[in-house]
Write a protein that binds this ligand. Structure first.
Ligand SMILES: [Zn+2]
Length: 493
């Protein structure tokens, strides 16, 4: 077999580069040609981590919300009172001003959060891809050390059948609620828009704590879904927002799952989105109230973040979506950390949610596994380079360093087709397109795209087609149902 010469040459050059560059940077990790892996990451059995016994064992409560923009929270300066409970419970904590998600695909984001490695390392980059068995999560390490681990999730793409996380927890509650109805009389939008409402989610978390809260230390993760479209706050939402003026919206700029019949004022959509946030906030408040009353809160580590944000009206292309771009409205996320005896602070060092797992392990006295790409939040340096990706079928990438952000979009063959630069301090709306200028961050980004094991996500279709790198072989019926759910949620058109 003859390969064409440019291809061979490119591989030789890359091999040479790899030998030369690999030892220079820990950021690159150990490449096997497919995935960045380390011995611990590759273990099907969770290794027991060394732990400093002088560090107190603590309970951990991790609260995450789907599709929640940082700047729609009161704590991040939003003018509307969307989130008085989060403001109350996290006012005096460590509030990260520049936190990012590595992906706006829920499974990719969540698995990075839980594993401490980026999506190109753990391999979960689209929907309906099961988490590979060798990827160890923070819940595995804590479980191995005696913590009681539980997850309560409300997004249908996080059901065990879709993502395969149940085996990483002692208890995994992925029961979905009824269809999230839209009051527009259409049959499509009322079908399969399942989620579990925040109230039911909080009930499920409290029920688990009632049963297990006293049985040793716990790690409890609760994921809420409500702000994800369609924006249909329940009747018991605590507040109704009303806007002034009108911004007409073209239906063609709304994904099908977001369109509400007869609603053509974009600000109506924003009102409903904010009401979904307020309703979720009320239910998170109820959970934290319970957590405090039971005496867990004071000595626990309590963290709040989201899987990704949502574009509102700031772009001319899509409105109210999060699938195609790496703009800050989507990738910038809120992150608050309550730790006992830590001085409250607003922290503007850029961090990534990939840092959550190493941070938790470190703060609980464990040695952080070598392979983890995330860094303990409190050890992050201002000039660390953070990676992020989004988009399907074409791939969008960005890296952030301080206030600087480099963008690249790549073809399905991994060729950079567009690239530009923005200084977020000067242009927070990301409207300008500066030139790349030869910085180390650019080289890092190019390197990532060259070596991306799933160029253009090819083979990673979000359609449950059975062609995935890591996809499970499931029943056709389950797939058809999941496909309908994904369509309703806007992951497929
Ligand atoms: Zn999500």
């Amino acid at each position: 077999m003859f390969e064409d010469k440019p291809k061979v040459l490119r591989r030789l050059v890359l091999l040479g580069l790899a030998i030369y560059v690999l030892p220079m940077t820990k950021q690159v990790g150990l490449y096997t040609g497919k995935r960045v892996v380390g011995p611990a990451l590759m273990s099907n059995k969770t290794p027991q981590l060394a732990r400093d016994v002088a560090t107190p064992k603590r309970n951990v409560l991790l609260i995450t919300v789907d599709t929640l923009r940082a700047d729609h929270l009161s704590l991040y300066g939003y003018g509307r009172s969307t989130s008085p409970h989060l403001a109350r419970w996290f006012q005096d904590t460590e509030v990260y001003e520049r936190a990012y998600t590595p992906s706006a695909f829920t499974p990719a984001s969540v698995v990075s959060m839980m594993s401490g490695v980026y999506p190109y390392e753990h391999g979960v980059r689209a929907l309906w891809q099961k988490t590979p068995a060798h990827v160890n999560l923070v819940s595995d390490y804590l479980g191995e050390a005696g913590w009681n681990t539980a997850a309560v999730v409300a997004n249908p793409v996080l059901v065990d059948e879709a993502i395969g996380l149940a085996s990483h927890f002692d208890f995994y509650d992925d029961r979905m609620g009824p269809v999230e109805a839209i009051d527009d009389g259409t049959s499509f939008t009322t079908a399969h828009g399942r989620e579990r409402l925040a109230g039911d989610n909080t009930d499920a978390a409290i029920a688990w704590l009632e049963q297990n809260g006293e049985a040793g230390e716990h790690f409890l993760w609760v994921h809420y879904m409500d702000p994800h479209g369609p924006y249909t706050p329940p009747p018991n939402t605590p507040v109704r927002f009303q806007h002034e003026g009108t911004v007409s919206v073209e239906p063609s700029k709304l994904r099908v799952y977001q369109r509400q019949e007869g609603v053509d004022d974009a600000l109506d959509y924003v009102d409903r989105y904010d009401e979904e946030i307020a309703y979720t906030d009320q239910e998170i408040g109820r959970l934290l109230e319970y957590y405090s009353e039971r005496g867990y809160y004071d000595d626990a580590i309590v963290m709040f973040t989201v899987d990704h944000g949502e574009v509102m009206l700031e772009r001319d292309t899509w409105h109210f979506e999060h699938s195609f771009h790496v703009w800050d409205g989507i990738m910038h996320i809120p992150l608050m950390v309550k730790r006992p005896d830590v001085v409250p602070a607003r922290i503007d060092t850029p961090v990534t949610s990939t840092d959550l797992s190493p941070s938790l392990l470190d703060w609980l006295g464990f040695e952080v596994p070598e392979h983890m790409h995330g860094v303990v939040l409190t050890d992050r340096a201002d000039d660390d380079i953070l990676y992020m990706e989004n988009g399907w079928p074409d791939s969008q990438y960005a890296v952030v360093q301080g206030s600087k952000k480099w963008f690249a979009s790549a073809s399905r063959r991994g060729k950079i087709e567009d690239r530009w630069f923005v200084d977020l301090d000067e242009d927070p709306a990301e409207k300008t397109r500066g030139e790349w200028y030869g910085s180390p961050a650019e080289r890092e980004l190019k390197w990532r795209i060259w070596w991306d094991p799933d160029h253009g996500r090819k083979g990673l279709s979000p359609v449950p087609s059975g062609q995935h790198t890591h996809g499970p072989a499931g029943a056709d019926d389950a797939r058809a149902e999941q496909e309908a759910i994904l369509k309703a949620l806007g992951y497929m058109d």
